[in-house]
Each structure stands twice: as C-alpha cells, then as structure tokens.
Design a binder for this molecule. Structure first.
Ligand code: ARG
Length: 576
C-alpha cells in the first residue's frame, strides 16, 4: 500500500542516484507537505553544499530526472531550491481504490516479536481517581491501542499504588470501624472520606498512630490479619477501578494491574545487586543511588532512595524493581511511562540508574511520555470549592449531562438519548485530551469540547453519522462500496490524498507516543470530507460512475474515521 510520502521519498532517492551517483540515492530527500503543491523535496538545499553547486541548479537537475513518471503530474523548482511535487489525479485515485480493498487501511504491521510496556493511568488503592488521572489514562490507552494495531506485543501496566506506609493507618482505620462499615464506604466509592478520616485520626491520636506504625511493620512482614485487611482495601479499589475504566472505555483489566506490592519480593535483591555493583551507597543510613547530573532544590546531588534508614522501601525502590523486571525478566524493547510532568525528574533518575546497572542498554528504550496539567476553563487550578481534588467520576457525569442537554431535542426515545449522550459526552472529554499535545497544559472547557463544529469529538462523531445517513438515503451499505474511485474534482482528489496518509499518521503515534497527531489527521479528514461534500454532489452526481466513485470515497472516509476514532478510544454512535 502506498503512503504518498514514502513513494515520493523512493522516487526522489532514485532520481538523486541517477543524477548525482549512487552515494546520493541514500540522502534523506526531505519530503515535506507543501503550500504550493502536494509535497516538496527540500534535499537540494543541503545537497548544494555537499556538491559545491547552487541549490537551484541541483534542484533543476533533480526535477529533470523526476519529470513525468506515472506518479507525478507536475514537478517544479521554486524558491532557493525546493522541488514542488504534485501527484497525478489518476495515481491518487488508484491508490484510494486499493485502500478501499485493504482491511488494514494502509497501516503496515511492525516487525513481529517486539514487546512494549505502557505504564499508564497510575491509580492508587483507597483513593479515587481524580481529574488529574484523566489524561494519563486516556492518552496511555490510545497509545496502547495504536501499538497493538501495529502488531506490537503490548503489556499494559497500571502501576497501582497499593503499598507503602499509609497502608498502616488505612488498615487500622478499617479495623476500627469494622468490615461492614468499611465495605459500605468503599464499595460506595467514598474513598476520599475514608482516607481523610484515617489521616485525621493518625494526626490527632497518638495511640492510633502507634498502632498504625506497628501495623505497617506487620503488613510488610506478611502478618495474616494485616494482609487480609489490606486485601480488603485492594479488592474494593479494584472493583471501583473496574467500573470506572468500563465507563470510560479504557482497556485496562485486573490482569493489567501491576501493583507496587508485586515487586515486593524483588526489592531486597535489587538492593544487593546495586550495592554489590558499587552503584548504590549508604548515605545517612539509607541505601541510595546518585545518578550523576541530578540535583535537588538546594543544589545537592539528588538520590533515589532504595532503602530508607528504617529499613523500609518506597516509591523509588519499587520503580527500580519494576524497570529491572520489565527489561530483564520480560525482555521488552521499549517502556513508555505515561505520567504527569511533575514526575519527570524521578523517572529520568530511574532511567539513569537502570542504565548504570546495565539493565537498560542500547537494545531497549525507556521514555517518559510527559502529560501536562489540566486546568479550569480560565487556566486556574481545578479544585472543588473546599480545595479538594475534583473526582474523575463527577467530571464524566457532567460531560454526559451536558451532552444530553446538547442533543436532547433530536431524540424522543429516552433510552437512545441516554446512550448517545453517553457516547458524545465521554467522546468529547476523551477527544479533548487527545486533540492537544499531551505535554501541554490544557483547559477543561465543556462548551468548547462539546461543540459540534471545530476540532472536537462530537464533530468527528457527527461526520461519521453524516456519511452513514448518505448511505441510508442511497439504500446502500457502505461496507459493500467497491469503487473504483476516480478523482475528477480537486476536492475529491484532496480527500483521497488525505486518506492515503492514514498509515503514516498511525505509525507517527507509535513513534512519538503522541496520539494528538492522529487526532489532527482525523480532523483534517473530516474537514476535507466536508469540503468534498459541499462541492461534489454524491447522490445527485452527474453520472452513475461518478456517483459510485463518490460513494466509495465516502465509504473509505467512514472507514478511516471509524478506525482512527477506535484507535483513540473514542466511541462512535451509529446515529447522531
Ligand atoms: N501511582 C502514582 C501516582 O499516583 C503514579 C504511578 C506512575 N508510574 C510509575 N511507574 N511510577 O503518582
């Protein structure tokens, strides 16, 4: 299947070889989208230096070699040495027809056998997901879906915070109020109240605090009673997470939970290994790794704490054990941490330590897919009136309620209205996250997210519904559309050319762990479709062959939109 940029890169490479000799065939032809043509090759500018010739002359010679193949309709030198490339109408149309018959829509499979861990969502036991969890969850899930579609073996990992000193006070509190009351609160989702009550007691009541501290020691030593109370908390949290992920359409299951406690049995050996290798040293009674180049606020070298002076293990220890396990035991070639920007230094230190230890080699990569902050509509901090974090579930509920408000006049049947409001509200919320660069900060503004025009989830969902309704009116099935696609009008050609870029868009997401580029691509597709539909009558086309071609082009657009939205995890209602 022909991705235009790839085809052009090959053509220009061959032409460079023919014009300047085989050494030059491998130069990057620097194919870029162009304002004046479909694409432009910028290679003549850099080649000019290498050949000691004026770039415009180099460009002219290259253009001469490229002229009039079956692919290119027009080749033109412009500016200081750009070569503008315009594809032939019939080539574009033939490629689009091929795409229509390709079940993978031009998305190639990656080489088999590559394992990738995606560490995302970052939930914690006995705490509710708050609005800050939305982006690492939604972005991570889109990355996972794309990698899987490309054929990577993906290991989802929600690094569930289920271990640590706070569990002493939580268990003790559960014990105090009894199992029934614990169940009532936690199964009802009142994690925050439960957590805050435990913390308040811990702060105010010395005897309780002492019991809580003893309880942690017991828990970490494997005491049966402590473990069973802890298990209770973990179980309720899993139940809650399951429901929430299902509501949001997130593909994480119980089996994808990579709880911190899972790494417990590995912590001692991580310490020994790093200590014996001379990488970890005792500092103030604690076992630390000081990766070079990282300093704290005071400018002093910043450690990763492997084992605290009281013998306890913490967040740093677990992350080191996790990265060793993933690289050494699972043998993955890539780990993507979809985590907030505030943990940047922590993760870079973990990567540096893993490299010092020899776990992370050139054969693998560990990367932080940075997630920026979500703010209120005016850029202010998102918090409740009392200063607490806003629960994720209340944001989801609000999105769906507002969506219902937007669409309510169109549906009489309450069941259908609710179903579509759900898809529109959740789709709008998720798409909002995916339509901006993941590392930028971004304002939660429901009015904008729910807009039926502009780069929004509802606009894209609506584009699919509109195409379905064309087929409905035609009495035809989009799955049966066979083409051939012919491009006679500029708007047809532009849409077809756009659709040929799907494979590149999907691969781009995998390479950069950045789903936002796919969202931008889908928005361009929907916009090109709108222009096409305004300019080219489909059902009233002048000739049967053109009608058939335009229906096929519409069907292809529908398929690309549905596949693309699916990869982003955006629900697509069949009517809107
Ligand atoms: N649970 C953590 C938090 O709430 C996020 C975990 C991120 N992943 C990791 N491997 N550290 O901050």
């Amino acid at each position: 299947m022909a991705d235009p940029e790839e085809v052009l890169a090959r053509l220009v490479g061959d032409a460079l070889g023919a014009a300047f000799g085989p050494d030059y065939a491998r130069a990057d032809p620097l194919i870029r989208p162009s304002q004046f043509a479909d694409f432009q090759a910028n290679v003549a500018l850099s080649l000019g230096k290498r050949l000691h010739r004026a770039p415009r002359d180099v460009a002219a010679e290259l253009a001469g070699q490229l002229a009039a193949t079956g692919v290119l309709g027009n080749v033109e030198v412009s500016g200081p040495g750009f070569v503008n490339l315009t594809l032939r109408y019939d080539w574009v149309a033939a490629q689009a027809t091929d795409l229509l018959h390709d079940p993978r829509l031009g998305v190639p499979l990656a080489e088999p056998g590559q394992k990738v861990v995606v560490d995302y969502s970052g939930p914690n036991v006995a705490k509710e997901l708050h609005v800050g969890h939305l982006r690492p969850t939604v972005v991570g899930d889109a990355i996972v879906r794309v990698l899987e579609f490309l054929g990577y073996e993906v290991i989802r990992a929600a690094h569930l915070g289920d271990w640590g000193t706070q569990f002493g006070m939580l268990i003790e509190h559960a014990q105090d109020i009894g199992e029934q009351a614990t169940y009532d609160q936690l199964a009802g989702g009142e994690f925050t109240a439960f957590y805050q009550a435990a913390r308040a007691k811990f702060a105010a009541d010395h005897a309780f605090a002492d019991r809580a501290r003893r309880r942690v020691v017991e828990l970490q030593a494997g005491d049966a009673r402590a473990l069973s109370l802890w298990q209770l908390l973990v179980g309720y949290s899993m139940e809650y997470l399951r429901k929430l992920y299902a509501r949001l359409g997130i593909t994480l299951t119980d089996a994808d939970m990579a709880p911190e406690s899972f790494y417990n049995p590995m912590l001692a050996s991580v310490c020994t290994e790093l200590e014996q290798a001379g990488i970890a040293v005792i500092s103030d009674g604690a076992l630390c790794v000081f990766p070079p180049g990282f300093t704290g606020r005071s400018g002093k070298p910043q450690p990763l704490m492997l084992r605290k002076s009281d013998g306890g293990y913490g967040y740093d220890s677990t992350d080191l054990a996790a990265i060793r396990y993933r690289l050494v035991e699972l043998g993955v070639s890539r780990i993507i941490y979809v985590v907030g920007s505030e943990q940047s230094q922590h993760l870079q230190m973990v990567f540096a330590a893993a490299r010092m230890a020899g776990w992370l080699t050139d054969a693998a990569s560990a990367e932080h897919a940075v997630i920026g902050l979500m703010t209120g509509p005016g850029g202010q901090r998102l918090q409740t009136r009392s200063g607490d974090q806003i629960k994720l579930i209340s944001v989801i509920d609000e999105a769906v309620e507002r969506a219902e408000e937007v669409i309510k006049d169109r549906y009489d049947e309450p069941e259908e209205r609710r179903r579509i409001a759900d898809a529109v509200g959740i789709g709008a919320l998720k798409y909002g996250d995916l339509s901006v660069a993941r590392d930028s900060s971004y304002a939660l503004d429901f009015d904008r997210l729910l807009g039926l025009t502009g780069n929004t989830g509802p606009y894209l969902q609506y584009a699919t519904a509109r195409i379905r309704s064309i087929f409905h009116r035609a009495g035809e099935d989009p799955d049966q559309a066979a083409g051939p696609i012919v491009a006679t009008e500029g708007a047809e050609r532009a849409l077809a050319l756009r659709l040929l870029g799907f494979g590149a868009a999907v691969r781009g997401v995998a390479a950069s762990a950045e789903p936002h580029s796919l969202a931008a691509f889908l928005f361009d597709v929907a916009s090109s479709f709108t222009t096409f539909y305004e300019q080219c009558p489909v059902l009233q086309a002048p000739e049967p062959a053109i009608r058939q071609s335009r229906l096929a082009l519409s069907a292809l657009t529908l398929r690309v939109l549905i596949a693309g939205l699916g990869l982003l995890g955006i629900p697509v209602p069949d009517r809107m």
